[in-house]
Design a protein around this ligand. Structure first.
Ligand code: MG
Length: 203
């Protein structure tokens, strides 16, 4: 399986990092070795001093597809969960300054904690899903899927023009404002609506 992620999909987060609003979705990968499941702890690696949390809604792909028409994109994912797109901001800044890829800054071991998935039937309106991240009991990020520049179906259709999606693939759909560094001992708790889906520690 693979993880395909979209960057710069919430205007408030684009503004906080002083990035440009992209005309088309910004796409990157995380390898399957980035995944943490079952609220396993995240072990802070020695090669970064500035790892940031980015809480994101994630989609589970349920059938193979390429060149998917946006009209039918909704048939290609069957569940929504919550993920953290951990980003080594120091490594990413270095890469951005040189115009180089973000691969290591985004794809390192453990950089993709993912929750259990909830079936689409639990969401009456996919364009109105609230989610948030608390760090040590304080809310740091809050988002709503209605604020995405590129909605779920657009993202699926766009990615599939270039990259075939397969059953079990996971799509990270971008983070709202409020990203920030994590420290040893932090407890991260992520919610979709009132349901706590993530609860793990930084070690
Ligand atoms: Mg992200």
């Amino acid at each position: 399986m693979k993880i395909v992620a979209i960057g710069r999909n919430y205007a408030d987060h684009i503004a906080e990092l002083k990035n440009e609003v992209p005309e088309e979705p910004v796409i990157f990968f995380k390898p399957d070795t980035a995944i943490l499941r079952n609220n396993e702890p995240f072990y802070y690696p020695e090669y970064s001093q500035d790892i940031h949390h980015e809480v994101e809604l994630i989609l589970r792909i349920c059938r193979e597809g390429k060149n998917i028409d946006p009209k039918f994109a909704g048939k290609y994912y069957d569940a929504i969960g919550l993920g953290i797109d951990f980003t080594a901001r120091d490594l990413q800044a270095k890469a951005k300054a040189k115009g180089l890829p973000w691969t290591l800054a985004k794809g390192f071991n453990g950089s993709a904690p993912v929750s259990e998935f909830l079936p689409l039937s639990e969401f009456p309106d996919l364009n109105n899903i609230n989610f948030r991240l608390d760090v040590n009991g304080v809310t740091k990020q809050q988002g709503n899927s209605g604020m995405m520049l590129h909605k779920f179906d657009t993202i699926i259709a766009y990615i599939s023009r270039f990259i075939t999606l397969k059953t079990g693939d996971i799509i990270f759909t971008g983070t709202p404002a409020g990203v920030g560094p994590v420290q040893l001992g932090d407890r991260l708790e992520g919610y979709v609506e009132a349901k706590k889906l993530l609860d793990f520690e930084i070690k």
